[in-house]
Design a binder for this molecule. Structure first.
Ligand code: UTP
Length: 404
């Protein structure tokens, strides 16, 4: 195994680790060789997602006024599906939250001021509003990562699942990819251990399969999965009106979107790419795309995604083994130098490789872009202060009547 690992490292131009391995005791050498055999090192040579984009065209959304006109009908359809047990929810909680710089899982962050109010608590509270209206539980799958899995589970246990029926909650752990420095050299996490990081939020369905969750889905007869980010404290989960609108549209998927605040807002926008629904990142848009307008004056590429999608399970099954494009993200990662010094970086220092949930939209035949009011449904917590921060989320929670 040792020889194989050395040969692979040489082939991948990672000779600094061969020299490092030579300094280790035999049992540590074997453990490191075993880790190398296990890791998906193909990511090191993979093409970056942005290098191969197709032809973009606008995709129009079902707007707030159209939804308001059909609210009752959509909501009833959604509630029926929830009561029939056809709707499950998947919380993406495997991220490292490095921008927030909070040591524990991000969902355990206390956003309250005069009382405790945790991010996870806000989300479960939002979901409880739906299960109470439907008089039925929504199976909830929570994706964690190797790093935060036990803390996340313990936290839910300690807080009695914030009143949610724990028989309807399942945890599963996502996979890891290796991480490199900015020159593409693999980093060490500690003695004899290559640094890895969660493989992005795009692997959630494949991880559900690996962890036996698809059996749960089949046993419960779940037909739709609402996948969402855990860092938006106003996230509406299994929203009956959204579920009903997607079902009524006959489409294979749905995406909650918000109207952009400005043509150059830094948000991924829903569009068509080579005729299929897709998301174009703000940095992939040309100036022409950013400023293009429809005859009524609205931006042609106007609707930003908020990481809240509804997918049909049978369609997800069809795309289960399709490789998603790989994105390289520059983030802060603690690592060990080859001479044993631990480094805690102040600035982003490492590339992590990720697949993204938004790329699953392109695997669907069609997607209903469903507009929501951002002041009521979009309060992401990414940073400590400034844009999309604890401060902005608190202000939005307050304006929605939440006591902090
Ligand atoms: P982000 O893209 O904001 O990543 O995640 P992050 O790792 O949480 O935060 P930073 O960039 O280090 O500050 C968006 C959503 O996707 C989940 C996150 O938990 C969040 O709900 N996510 C992200 C995963 O579940 N797994 C991942 O590997 C990455």
């Amino acid at each position: 195994m040792l020889q194989k690992a050395t040969a692979l490292l040489r082939k991948l131009d990672q000779t600094h680790l061969i020299r490092y391995m030579e300094t280790l005791e035999p049992d540590m050498q074997s453990a490191m060789a075993a880790q190398i055999a296990d890791l998906d090192l193909s990511v090191l040579n993979a093409e970056n997602a942005s290098d191969s984009r197709g032809y973009f065209e606008p995709l129009y959304a079902t707007t707030l006024d159209k939804i308001a006109a059909n609210r009752e009908r959509y909501t009833e359809t959604g509630l029926e599906a929830i009561r029939a047990g056809k709707v499950g929810a998947v919380m993406l909680a495997g991220g490292q939250g490095s921008r927030l710089g909070f040591e524990k899982p991000k969902g355990t962050f206390n956003i309250g001021l005069t009382r405790d109010l945790y991010i996870f608590e806000c989300l479960i509270g939002n979901l409880l509003e739906v299960t109470e209206a439907a008089c039925a539980s929504v199976p909830l799958f929570i994706m964690t990562s190797a790093e935060n899995d036990s803390d996340t589970r313990e936290f839910f246990e300690q807080h009695n699942y914030f009143g949610y029926d724990s028989n309807y909650v399942w945890f599963f752990v996502q996979e890891q990819f290796p991480a490199t420095d900015t020159d593409g050299r693999l980093l060490l996490a500690g003695p004899g251990k290559i640094a890895t990081a969660p493989n992005g939020n795009g692997g959630w369905y494949a991880s559900m399969e690996k962890n036996g969750m698809l059996d749960v889905i089949r046993e419960h007869g779940i037909e739709w999965l609402n996948v969402f980010a855990m860092d938006n404290v106003l996230q509406r989960i299994a929203d009956p009106c959204f579920v009903g609108a997607v079902i009524a549209s006959g489409m294979a998927s749905g995406a909650k979107v918000v109207a952009k605040t400005a043509p150059d807002e830094k948000v991924g926008v829903i569009c068509l790419e080579d005729g299929r629904p897709s998301i174009v990142e703000y940095y992939e848009m040309t100036d022409e795309m950013r400023s293009r307008r429809e005859p009524d004056g609205t931006l042609s590429y106007n609707y930003g995604v908020i990481l809240n999608y509804l997918f049909r399970v049978d369609k997800l099954d069809e795309t289960l083994h399709v490789h998603l494009p790989l994105h390289k993200a520059l983030k802060k990662l603690r690592y060990m130098t080859e001479d044993g010094q631990m480094i805690v970086p102040e600035e982003p220092n490492a590339y992590k490789f990720e697949t993204l949930a938004l790329d699953m939209v392109k695997l669907q035949e069609n997607c209903l872009a469903y507009e929501v009011d951002r002041s009521r449904e979009f309060a992401p917590i990414k940073n400590k202060t400034g844009v999309d921060s604890v401060d902005t989320a608190r202000a939005l929670l307050r304006s929605n009547g939440v006591i902090l």
